[in-house]
Design a binder for this molecule. Structure first.
Ligand code: FES
Length: 145
């Protein structure tokens, strides 16, 4: 059901924990399953120098958080903003259809952290909501009955 990469990131998640010197924090949740993802970043010179996460959620949410932190570390905030849930899933060699919505949480948490940083530092940057081909909340609800 899950790829080896998903299992690896679930069993050995990278960048777990709280970042003490974080200057950007993003927290998002899925109202239906109640899963919560929190991303901490230390951004300097427009570069994400360090990033950590804490996820209270399913295995796919943990694996996507872990992979997302790996993908944005060392990147500019613009590059991180362009990270899609699909790119995170591709990096994990895919997720089962019923777990696609979990990857959306990782993308949203990254955006929320960058938004927090931009608001605190007065950086004017457009952070748009990515287009979705499905409604995450209702999809999630449907999967969980
Ligand atoms: Fe809630 Fe995966 S994020 S089940």
């Amino acid at each position: 059901m899950y790829s080896e990469k998903v299992m690896d990131h679930f069993e050995n998640p990278r960048n777990v924990g709280r970042l003490e010197n974080a200057n950007a924090v993003g927290e998002v949740g899925n109202a239906v399953c109640g899963d919560i993802m929190k991303i901490y970043m230390y951004i300097d010179n427009g570069i994400i120098q360090d990033v950590k996460f804490k996820t209270f959620g399913c295995g796919a949410a943990i694996a996507t958080s872990s992979m997302a932190t790996e993908l944005v570390k060392g990147k500019t905030i613009e590059e991180a903003l362009s990270l899609s849930n699909k790119a995170v899933m591709d990096a994990l060699d895919g997720l089962p259809p019923a777990k696609v919505h979990c990857s959306v949480l990782a993308e949203q948490a990254i955006r929320a952290a960058i938004k927090d940083y931009c608001e605190k530092t007065g950086i004017d940057i457009e952070i748009s909501e990515p287009e979705r081909s499905f409604d995450c909340a209702s999809y999630h609800g449907a999967m969980n009955g």
